[in-house]
Design a protein around this ligand. Structure first.
Ligand SMILES: Cc1cc2nc3c(=O)[nH]c(=O)nc-3n(C[C@H](O)[C@H](O)[C@H](O)COP(=O)(O)OP(=O)(O)OC[C@H]3O[C@@H](n4cnc5c(N)ncnc54)[C@H](O)[C@@H]3O)c2cc1C
Length: 461
């Protein structure tokens, strides 16, 4: 390795943004990520101001060999956007957004959160689909795929990605789209942060003004769970649903008698005309007598409830795809949830299909186009011993649910090992990704992620 030409003190002087090191006033605040349980102490956190800063940090990491963590919204489930002793490249100050309402496109810097982008676009009656949480960064969610409230109507977030500016491992800023670096453009649509640091994305926007949406809570029984999923699969594509099967949280609008009892807490969004939405939602309201019915017409950004910045849950979880939820599967879900005493535990079911499924599997690095239902299992834990208990519960639960689909959605993977990363990129997708990685990041500089090692060092496991 060549002698570094940059040191942290020099970086501090040269950077246009802030460089925060241990002992600085904001060090503890800026090293904190969304999930608790990742108490890591970076040597420096660079709050980049522009692409030049990003290139400098990439160069710095290459020359020093220090571990590089790239952070947009800080919501990595595996703690990948922080590091012990390495450098965090934090894009959170880069929030420029240019919306072109006439052409329905937007250039967005990757420090924006899904909520910030969505609120600004909604001022024009427009939207690009992200996920279910406002504080998630557009950097991480986009690069992994993006499954949210518009998935059945408009597809994944990457299906609306038209171009990107990305600093690759050689510290060069590249413009990528279907014509320029098409291989890289293919890889960043699902391949995560493996190929460089995305500075800006160019998105397509859709006309999405008001939606009929919000929360519907039903009592959970095998019949209700199975009927909910059957109905979600039969619903028009305008309707996307996220069914959280979990003990009812003690929220003010939940009757106290229900607190702690298993419920289907469904988050729903119908992106279309209100009357048609009412017709689409009506069958869900009669599956069982609703405990809470907050479904109503609303501006699209209101699907994102307010969040508490001091909320840092410690969770374990996993993700998988299944093909069906019949009575037996629904019964298994409820039994497993009943068997745990974790303070919060959830089986989240998202019915897929629609626009997402019409894109060919090989068109992007997200290959799970025909997967039917995504399942995310999660439990809160309290300390290392409890973590092991909850982790075992998650693993047993996942094994009990496994059907034919061995895939995984990269953005909901925790720190689950190399084989699981390959589950996210089956067969030819993996082969193509490792080859592109070899060309653009041969030394695996971008390795603190759901890692795709370059071709030479990546035998199939
Ligand atoms: C509460 C919660 C709700 C969620 N809901 C959804 C959902 O509804 N739908 C869904 O699809 N996903 C969802 N996710 C998963 C989410 O998409 C991933 O955790 C995603 O990686 C978070 O992005 P981030 O930028 O906030 O995270 P970060 O931790 O900042 O980044 C995660 C990783 O992405 C890479 N990365 C981020 N920004 C860049 C960049 N600009 N350039 C290069 N690499 C970058 C890095 O490898 C980094 O380690 C949710 C996660 C949480 C915690």
């Amino acid at each position: 390795m060549q002698a570094p030409t940059i040191s942290i003190p020099r970086l501090r002087v040269a950077a246009n943004g802030r460089v925060i090191v241990p002992g600085d006033t904001h060090y503890d605040q800026t090293r904190t990520v969304f999930y608790g349980g990742f108490d890591r102490r970076p040597a420096a956190i660079v709050r980049a101001a522009d692409a030049t800063d990003v290139a400098r940090v990439v160069q710095f990491a290459r020359e020093t060999g220090l571990e590089l963590a790239v952070r947009s919204g800080g919501h990595s489930l595996a703690g990948h956007s922080t590091t012990d002793g390495g450098v965090v490249l934090d894009l959170g100050d880069m929030k420029a957004l240019e919306i072109d309402p006439r052409n329905r496109t937007a250039w967005a810097q990757t420090g924006l959160t899904a909520g910030e982008y969505t609120t600004a676009a909604a001022a024009h009656g427009l939207a690009t689909g992200f996920g279910d949480t406002a504080s998630v960064g557009i950097g991480g969610i986009t690069l992994g795929g993006g499954i949210g409230y518009l998935v059945r109507k408009h597809g994944l977030t990457i299906d609306d990605l038209l171009a990107a500016e990305i600093v690759t491992a050689d510290a060069e800023l590249r413009y990528v789209d279907a014509q320029r670096h098409p291989d890289l453009f293919w890889a960043i649509r699902g391949g995560g942060g493996n190929f460089g640091v995305a500075i800006r994305f160019r998105f397509r926007l859709h006309q999405v003004d008001r939606v009929l949406g919000g929360m519907l809570m039903l009592p959970a029984s095998p019949e209700v769970v199975a009927a909910f999923i059957a109905q979600a699969q039969a619903a028009p594509e305008e309707l996307s649903t996220i069914a959280n099967i979990m003990p009812a949280p003690p929220l003010p609008f939940v009757p106290p008698a229900q607190h702690g009892r298993l419920v289907v807490m469904a988050l729903m969004a119908y992106a279309g005309k209100a009357e048609a939405g009412e017709r689409a939602i009506a069958p869900f309201r009669v599956i069982a007598s609703p405990i809470v019915d907050l479904l109503r017409p609303m501006p699209y950004p209101q699907l994102y409830p307010p969040e508490d910045d001091s909320y840092h849950p410690m969770t374990v979880g996993t993700t998988m795809f299944i093909d069906r939820v019949d009575l037996a599967v629904a019964e298994t879900i409820l039994k497993r949830l009943e068997a745990s005493d974790a303070a919060v535990r959830v089986a989240q079911l998202r019915v897929l299909g629609g626009a997402m499924a019409r894109v060919p599997a090989e068109a992007t690095a997200f290959a799970h186009r025909t997967s039917r239902i995504m399942v995310n299992l999660a439990a809160f834990y309290d300390g290392p011993q409890d973590r092991a208990v909850r982790q075992a519960w998650v693993a047993d639960f996942a094994a009990a649910l496994r059907q034919g689909d061995a895939g995984a959605y990269v953005n909901f993977l925790g720190d689950e090992g190399a084989a699981r990363v390959q589950d996210a990129y089956p067969g030819p997708t993996w082969d193509r990704l490792v080859e592109i990685k070899r060309r653009y990041d041969p030394t695996n500089l971008f390795r603190l992620n759901q890692n795709i090692p370059p071709a030479t060092e990546s035998p199939r496991v």
